[in-house]
Design a protein around this ligand. Sequence first.
Ligand SMILES: NC(=O)c1ccc[n+]([C@@H]2O[C@H](COP(=O)([O-])OP(=O)(O)OC[C@H]3O[C@@H](n4cnc5c(N)ncnc54)[C@H](O)[C@@H]3O)[C@@H](O)[C@H]2O)c1
Length: 369
Amino acid sequence: MNKIHVNLKNDSYNIYVGDIFGAHIFKQIEELQINLTERQILIITNSTVAALYLKDTQQLIQAVYPHARVSVLELGDGEQYKNFDSINAILSHMLEHQFNRSSLLVALGGGVIGDMTGFAASIYQRGIDYISIPTTLLAQVDSSVGGKTGINHALGKNMIGAFKQPKLVLINPNVLKTLTDLDFSSGMAEVVKYGLIMDLDFYNYLAHNVAAINLRDLAVLQRMIIKSIQNKVALVEIDEFETGNRALLNLGHTFGHALEKIQQYAGLTHGQGVAIGTVMAARLSSKLGYLSLDCVNNIKNLLSSFKLPVAAPADINVTDMINAMSLDKKNINGTLRLILLEDIAKGIILESVDITTIKNIMVESGVNA
Ligand SMILES: NC(=O)c1ccc[n+]([C@@H]2O[C@H](COP(=O)([O-])OP(=O)(O)OC[C@H]3O[C@@H](n4cnc5c(N)ncnc54)[C@H](O)[C@@H]3O)[C@@H](O)[C@H]2O)c1
């Protein structure tokens, strides 16, 4: 069992990576050894994940907390359910079952379930505890770490939310074996991101292990997950509330969020949007003289080798993209703020980039003029 400590001013916590569903190991996790005599626990999941992992999770939680009352809420599956209706369903369940401030939420699922569970935990009775059991690659390497929680709004992705750190994150790489190829490759967009913004050795490790990663070799996946988390934790620890360098984690996201929003969160997956956005950011970096064309091609090839798209879908146009991007919360005072690359493993934050250049890059990346 690997333990990664997240050292924050007020809300430090541990992330465990290993066979967390093994009862023996689960019982060793020190954070779970608290007395929960009166505590209510709600496991929040969806039907896909429930069919696969709910029974094990319930049994383990009940074994560790024999006196707690454990209930389950299954939400709709998909990005289109990351909205107020789902939050309302969680809050209503807790009120109907008389949850109090010492109740606990457990997120069992991918980034959608994790983001919503954390957000509900941040607002129920002004804040209660939650723990996270992320079950997608994307959630294990990215969304379960760092405390960004929230939901989408028709006008913009992740526009409503809060910073709320979990009490504990339990990661079992074994569960990735049941992910679809699409969801597995989506997670790889965020994995590649860490290499691109800050870690050359990791970027090279990924490039040398494409076959093993695509075959989901457990040892390689475990190493990849731990390295990704360590990179994210390093940025979160120095900038918990994203006032500075934590923004590097948004590489490709301003473009990607715009693509997701235009398709009403029911087209490209988040990871696919990030992959296309990353290539746009790389092209833009090259156009502005920061990055060589060789590097741009290298990045495209690596993303493609993980079966990620590197060009926009056919039905997207520049005006819609610019409108969607201008709402992104990474913008400051009306200026488009983008994460670009000075080199592989060297992300930079640029406050103002000429809009015509951005439009040209979009067109080069398959967006209709
Ligand atoms: N909070 C953050 O810092 C942060 C960072 C990155 C992304 N995100 C958010 O994460 C979300 C995307 O997360 P995602 O890619 O995990 O999507 P997701 O949660 O929709 O999961 C993808 C699919 O995989 C299924 N699934 C989950 N675990 C499974 C398993 N083990 N086996 C089989 N199927 C499984 C889900 O039911 C779903 O159909 C987006 O909303 C994005 O905005 C948040």
